[in-house]
Design a protein around this ligand. Structure first.
Ligand code: SAM
Length: 283
């Protein structure tokens, strides 16, 4: 919701709101799936919103994109084939392709316009789109997963919008069952899992249950800061197919060959230590 020169997103269920001072509105487009708006902010660079919800800003997206990718890639023994469902801004794709061992990364977003807008306003996030290992598809991720060959993928990253509208199916047990089938043994799925403070005993708890019901043998939520999302605190939840997502290749992580702005081996280790209130909420 916009008030004078501010973009303010109200989180009615939590009784809170987050605002960014605006310089100008740049563009808006109604696609078959959602309403995308681009803004220039005073202090956070460009802002993309979808259906009035904050998606990406220039200033803080690194927190999300690094934590959606590197913990899973370092938890896996040897990730070669990665699939990203959603993630149309291409920031997660860029982080995945920083891993030299990755042979192919496919991004599947339902809405091509998200990527076209990102290319225009967040070119830094799209800098790996022409990497020969990158493939960009624009179809429904639920459908793609239903049709994908069994045992053909090492890591699935679900970088989706909130669990309403086109993304609703991406949080359901049926989708996780398809992901489980598509993953090789030792494979990992990671899903953006909302706020630890606001959603631990609802969305996050259900996510663990749905992932385990689908056959995953270990699950782990990793919290991380995210100023522009509800409560300023966000999370990803990983699940392993016969592997432990509570551990990772620490030496490889500490000796990584690329720069990051937030992720380190120490941050990864710390994120695996859940605070007592979360342990209690997740049972
Ligand atoms: N970091 C963001 C957040 O949590 O707010 C998510 C960013 S990313 C832009 C989310 C993407 O998920 C959108 O581009 C949207 O088009 C895509 N999406 C939603 N439902 C989808 C589906 N069923 N299949 C593939 N992509 C989907």
């Amino acid at each position: 919701m916009t008030e004078s020169r501010w973009f303010i997103e109200h989180f009615d269920s939590a009784g809170t709101a987050f605002g960014l001072r605006l310089t100008k509105k740049l563009e808006q487009v109604q696609t078959a799936y959602q309403h995308i708006e681009m803004w220039e902010t005073d202090t956070f660079g460009y802002l993309m919103t979808i259906d009035g919800c904050t998606m990406v800003t220039s200033r803080d997206n690194f927190l999300y994109h690094e934590m959606m990718s590197h913990p899973a890639l370092f938890a896996h023994a040897d990730p070669k084939r990665v699939v990203i469902i959603g993630g149309g801004d291409c920031g997660t794709l860029r982080e995945v392709l920083r891993h030299p061992g990755v042979e192919k990364a496919t991004q599947i977003d339902i809405d091509e316009m998200v990527t076209r807008m990102s290319e225009k306003y967040f070119p830094e996030l799209c800098e790996s789109n022409n990497d020969p290992r990158a493939e960009l598809l624009f179809i429904d991720g639920v459908k793609w997963m239903q049709e994908c060959e069994a045992g053909s993928v090492d890591i699935i990253i679900v970088d989706s919008t909130d669990p309403v509208g086109p993304a609703e199916g991406l949080f359901k047990a049926d989708f996780f069952r398809d992901c489980h089938r598509v993953l090789r043994d030792g494979g990992i799925i990671v899903q953006q899992s909302e706020s630890p403070l606001l959603h631990a005993d609802t969305i996050i708890k259900d996510l663990h249950a749905n992932m385990r019901e689908a056959g995953f043998t270990s699950t782990q939520t990793l919290p991380f800061p995210q100023p522009v999302y509800p409560s300023g605190w966000w999370s990803c939840t990983m699940a392993g197919k016969g592997c432990d997502v509570g551990s990772f290749r620490r030496d490889a992580s500490a000796g990584k060959t690329f720069e990051t702005q937030y992720y380190t081996a120490g941050i990864h280790e710390g994120a695996l230590q859940l605070p007592p209130f979360m342990k209690k909420a997740l049972g």
